[in-house]
Design a protein around this ligand. Structure first.
Ligand code: 2BA
Ligand code: 2BA
Length: 109
């Protein structure tokens, strides 16, 4: 058995969970925050059999889209009187970052 941890854009999370549950998978959504953009994203946990992992990945690819976003980087340390003009930086965000972990034990108690 595997536990798939997928970090996805909040906008895609609902559609992905709908697709997963419609296909018979069980899923849990946790609200999370990315370390770089400091914006909300969603982490979706799916525990499933090893052979189903490719199908779950396919559903993730179909439902999570890549987008670009401009961010203002953190200002550098400044001397008094210095001016800082922030230049927005383009970063690519999404579709999904997926970790697939071996499950040592699974119990429903
Ligand atoms: P964030 O950390 O907010 O990152 C959002 C996007 O900013 C990233 O998209 C990437 O395109 C860019 N980015 C992040 N760190 C960067 C850096 N040090 N330099 C330049 N650009 C950087 P994704 O790679 O698609 O990641 C989306 C979210 O997935 C991340 O949100 C984070 O919450 C999570 N994530 C990605 N890789 C991870 C990892 N190795 N471990 C844990 N969480 C991860
Ligand atoms: P939910 O997904 O909201 O599911 C609540 C309960 O509904 C489940 O209880 C189960 O009795 C039933 N259920 C869910 N999906 C079903 C399906 N496809 N067919 C028939 N019955 C279904 P639990 O199994 O005790 O799960 C409680 C919560 O634990 C779940 O809430 C979910 O958040 C999480 N969970 C359970 N199994 C999971 C898995 N394999 N991967 C990720 N999260 C899981």
């Amino acid at each position: 058995m595997k536990l798939m941890m997928s970090i996805v854009n909040s906008d895609d999370a609902r559609r992905l969970v709908d697709a997963l549950t419609q296909a018979g998978y069980r899923a849990t959504t946790i609200s999370t925050t990315g370390g770089f953009l400091r914006q909300g994203n969603a982490t979706i946990l799916v525990g499933t059999e090893d052979e189903k992992v490719p199908h779950v990945l396919q559903l993730i690819r179909e439902n999570c889209h890549t987008r670009t976003q401009f961010i203002n980087p953190l200002p550098p340390v400044m001397e008094p009187g210095e001016m800082y003009m922030p230049t927005p930086v383009e970063v690519q965000v999404g579709g999904a970052t997926v970790f697939v972990l071996d499950v040592a034990q699974f119990e429903r108690c």
